[in-house]
Write a protein that binds this ligand. Structure first.
Ligand code: NAI
Ligand code: AKG
Length: 445
């Protein structure tokens, strides 16, 4: 790493002790930015990096709620409003027991660059809670969401901060959160949240957008080498919103997706995953992945282990951070992998990324490859602002144009800064320069 940037990075790490995922995200971005600072000394003079790494605002709050038996629980809620140079803070909410400040900050930091890459007017933020939704009834989820929003409402708004979903937060939770916001404020402020239901201000394609966008990005990478999804053997991790829609899109382009996972194990289905069955099991019944193998002849469930043991030519990690390490990467490479696109945020460890890049595998980092979700959230905000509702075809066309644009911008930026084919460099520099220019233009704030 460039020594000027290393000094800033070390200060950031020392100021934020124990936040290892945030440290990892910061380090990975800084490693790309040396050439930019050679060309733009004004970024150093303006302390852009120091400011960028310090969130504009961090909110931590108590979330008390009662379970169905009347027992009181207390969770912790977070919203990190990281950077508003390009627009209102924008980013999802994660409900998962692993959530703490370091996770929310890594996600919020990544979101700044991702949102800049979309070309839409959105800043970066992220939030969530250490609440574990697993096994909770609808009534418990509703009470938790209502309590969470009873504090969060005073910090968000169409022009301030616009949350959405992430792990553990989907359409059901956004509904409960929106209802409580409306009740407290007495305002039907559609643009305050995205990922809403289609009959009350949501956008068609938003549920599919992250998974579809990841595959569109991967398809563009494959095209750069004269290949396509047609005939590829694809391995996906996760079985949530992003994974299911990535599977659907990859198979619609002629690939066979042979495996996907949850936190307890994975399924293998050599005939290609039956997406409608998977959707029913995960999204309607909210059951475990084991159900899939019980109902689908010819498929099998492997308890524990790693889905990356299954060989494929394309890998789409769509579960969670640091789920694919250097050993798994080496195994995938030796099994014939040609491309990886990250549907999840930072699913590959730094050593995994190094293995892929050294082997010449096409590698699309999450902040570029999974930007279709937040981009379609911005399209939802546009529809809300104009009290309009677009067709599926029109919205999907916009998503496709945005993803192709992100791919091309990353490729062109990597080339311009001397790292042709390196989408990590392209995404980090492309996102950074846009935000840094806006920050300098807006003065010392
Ligand atoms: N929902 C969205 O629009 C966006 C989501 N993402 C990222 O995509 C990833 C997945 O999010 P969603 O699909 O929305 O969440 P989700 O809650 O719908 O699904 C998460 C899935 O990951 C699995 N999972 C969690 N930990 C795991 C582990 N250790 N090993 C294997 N599987 C594990 C869960 O079983 C579940 O199937 C996250 O990294 C999220 O930050 C990124 C951009 C947008
Ligand atoms: O749609 C959004 O606002 C947030 C999506 C998100 O959380 C992400 O891109 O990681």
């Amino acid at each position: 790493m460039d020594s000027r940037l290393e000094a800033v990075r070390n200060t950031v790490l020392a100021r934020n002790p124990g936040e290892k995922e945030f440290h990892q995200a910061v380090t990975e971005v800084f490693e790309s930015l040396g050439p930019v600072h050679d060309r733009h000394p004004e970024f150093l003079e303006g302390a852009v990096l120091e400011r960028l790494c310090e969130p504009e605002r961090q909110i931590i709050f108590r979330v008390p709620w009662t379970d169905d038996s009347g027992c009181v629980h207390v969770n912790r809620g977070f919203r990190v409003e990281f950077n508003s140079a390009l627009g209102p803070y924008k980013g999802g909410l994660r409900f998962h027991p692993s959530v703490y400040l370091g996770i929310v900050k890594f996600l919020g930091f990544e979101q700044i660059f991702k949102n800049a890459l979309t070309g839409m007017p959105i800043g970066g933020g992220k939030g969530g809670s250490d609440f574990d939704p697993r096994g909770r009834s609808d009534a418990e989820i509703m009470r938790f969401c209502q309590s969470f929003m009873t504090e969060l409402y005073r910090h968000i708004g169409e022009y301030t901060d616009v949350p959405a979903g992430d792990i553990g937060v989907g359409g059901r939770e956004i509904g409960f959160l929106f209802g409580q916001y409306k009740r407290i404020t007495n305002r039907y402020e559609s643009g305050v949240l995205t990922g809403k239901g289609i009959s009350w201000g949501g956008s068609l394609v938003r549920p599919e957008a992250t998974g579809y966008g990841t595959v569109i990005f991967a398809q563009e990478m494959l095209k750069s080498r004269g290949a396509s999804f047609d005939g590829q053997r694809v391995v996906v991790s996760g079985s949530g919103n992003v994974a299911i829609n990535a599977i659907a899109k990859a198979q619609s382009l002629g690939a066979t997706v042979v495996a996907c996972s949850d936190s307890a194990g994975y399924i293998v289905d050599e005939a290609g995953i039956d997406v409608e069955l998977l959707r029913r099991i995960k999204e309607v019944e909210r059951a475990r992945l084991t159900e899939y193998a019980l109902r689908r002849p010819g498929s099998s469930y492997v308890a524990g282990g790693s889905v990356w043991d299954v060989n494929g030519t394309v890998a789409l990690p769509c579960a969670t951070q640091n789920e694919l390490d250097g050993d798994a990467a080496a195994k995938l490479v030796s099994n014939g992998l040609i491309a990886v696109a990250e549907g999840a945020n930072m699913p590959s460890t730094r050593s995994a990324v190094a293995v892929f890049q050294e082997a010449g595998v096409l590698f699309g980092p999450g902040k570029a490859a999974n930007a279709g979700g937040v981009a379609t959230s911005a399209l939802e905000m546009q529809q809300n602002a104009s009290r309009d509702s677009w067709s599926f075809e029109h919205t999907e066309q916009r998503l496709t144009e945005i993803m192709v644009g992100i791919h091309d911008r990353c490729a062109a930026t990597a080339e311009e800064y001397g790292s042709p084919g390196n989408y990590v460099v392209g995404a980090n520099i492309g996102g950074f320069v846009k935000v840094a220019d806006a920050m300098l233009a807006q003065g010392l704030i």
